[in-house]
Write a new protein. Structure first.
Length: 458
């Protein structure tokens, strides 16, 4: 299975993930001992199950708190805030040095012997456990709370035994001790801590900001996300946020140019040209360009499927303008709409006369998901049940689009994918259970995240 997941129907995102990848991204060494990373399909399942949560919409992604010396905060905080703002846009990043008379400022003074922003480094070591407790009480929660809170200091940080410690994480809170050097590479080195706290795993597919060796508080090994992690980030921020791959690259291009990182700026500019298919020479023109190729807004791309003229299963509500599909069988030259019990028997190999389902028609896909709409004709057997195929020629030039509808035993669901039997899919409907084939709510991949079609609910 490709770790990037199925190719999205959105053409711009598809180019960002699959176009000319070998020229821009170096594979992670196969000899590395850490083992395989988490592919996108598995990540999206965790995201759909609520095991991973990111900032909602344009909400606050990261709150940076400086609890060390004034000079250290001036050297690091603006750089770290700028990089994280570009990396996580359109979600927001806030950075501050808490006031000495604030609740967190008073707690820091008690623990470190000096308030945030003091003239020198804090005189006493900060116990990481006590500092995390203070963050939990005074810096987390409330309306508009950040997805991740990262507290930084140039003072000493210790573990429960009093031993020196660089960083400690608890849930979505991180405390970190480092020596600010005023370089953008060090500021970028904080990003893997933030991304992991948001739920992204270390990457072992390409050279990437999230490689295991990139977790270095002195300097990031690379400042770029690979296609796998880029897609995870887009899914985490959510289609409702307005995130796009071109927007992501434009923000980081502007950041690299501002920091004087010529090599990085050139890489982002050239990658952006591939993604947008707009080849211009000036970085200003690329950064200032507003692309018309946007991701689908939240809620679009849903697909509904129900058997035409069949009884509605208990608990399901069909909208007044229901989007319909049906299962049909040819019998003595006539195409008949099947009842649910007939459909289940025929999909498993045929009725008493060996006749199966001749076609399944799906409808209701919106936006780029219209590509899933159409007539899927019987094309053989997969995993003990019938499989179906639809081949359509898109408008204009380009190859025919071939999609398959088939049963996946591991999830007990019917799925639509580009390869028969593959678990990298665009949509699924399940669990099939007993005599419930293609009757549940469809779950659709809209290019960034899974979403249910709640217009027809169980």
């Amino acid at each position: 299975m490709d770790p990037r997941g199925p190719q999205p129907l959105d053409r711009v995102l598809k180019r960002a993930l699959f176009e000319d990848v070998d020229s821009f991204f170096e594979p992670y060494p196969a000899s590395a001992p850490e083992g395989p990373g988490e592919n996108f399909v598995n990540f999206s399942r965790r995201l759909a199950a609520g095991e991973v949560t990111g900032p909602s919409g344009h909400g606050l992604a990261t709150r940076l708190l400086w609890l060390g010396s004034k000079s250290g905060g001036e050297a690091l905080l603006p750089l770290a805030s700028a990089f994280l703002s570009a990396l996580l846009a359109p979600a927001q990043t806030a950075a501050e040095c808490p006031a000495a008379n604030s609740a967190l400022g008073r707690a820091t003074s008690l623990l470190a012997g000096a308030p945030p922003g003091c003239s020198g480094r804090p005189p006493r070591p900060l116990a990481s456990r006590a500092l995390l407790d203070a963050l939990g009480r005074h810096a987390v929660g409330g309306a508009g709370g950040a997805a991740v809170v990262l507290a930084l200091t140039d003072g000493r940080l210790t573990d429960d035994a009093g031993a020196p410690l660089e960083a400690k994480e608890e849930g979505h809170m991180i405390v970190c001790s480092l020596e600010p050097d005023g370089t953008p590479q060090q500021a970028a080195g904080l990003a893997p801590l933030v991304l992991q706290a948001m739920g992204l795993s270390l990457c072992r597919f390409y050279r990437c900001l999230l490689n295991p060796g990139g977790l270095n508080l002195k300097s990031a090994a690379t400042l770029r996300l690979c296609p796998v992690c880029l897609r995870k980030l887009g899914a985490l921020l959510g289609p409702g946020s307005g995130w796009t791959a071109p927007g992501h690259y434009r923000g980081l291009l502007a950041w690299a140019a501002q920091q004087g990182l010529t090599e990085e700026a050139t890489w982002y500019r050239e990658r952006l040209q591939v993604v947008t298919e707009e080849y211009v020479d000036s970085e200003e023109a690329v950064v200032g360009k507003v692309s018309d190729d946007r991701q689908l807004p939240d809620g679009e791309g849903a697909l509904s499927c129900r058997e035409a003229q069949m009884p509605t299963p208990p608990g399901r509500q069909v909208p007044k303008q229901g989007l319909t599909s049906h299962l049909a069988a040819s019998d003595e030259g006539k195409e008949l709409v099947l009842r649910p019990d007939e459909a289940a028997a025929r999909l498993s190999g045929g009725n008493s006369r060996g006749q199966g389902v001749s076609a399944v028609v799906l409808s209701g896909g919106q936006g780029s998901m219209r590509a899933l709409n159409g007539r899927y004709v019987a094309s053989g057997i997969s995993s003990g049940r019938q499989a179906f195929c639809m081949s359509s020629k898109p408008a204009g030039e380009g190859p025919a689009l071939e999609l398959f509808l088939y049963y996946v035993p591991s999830s007990d669901s019917w799925s639509v994918g580009s390869k028969l039997g593959d678990e990298a899919i665009y949509a699924d409907c399940g669990p099939a259970g007993v005599k419930a084939d293609l009757m549940q709510t469809w779950r659709v991949w809209n290019g960034e995240a899974w979403s249910d079609d709640y217009r027809i609910t169980d």
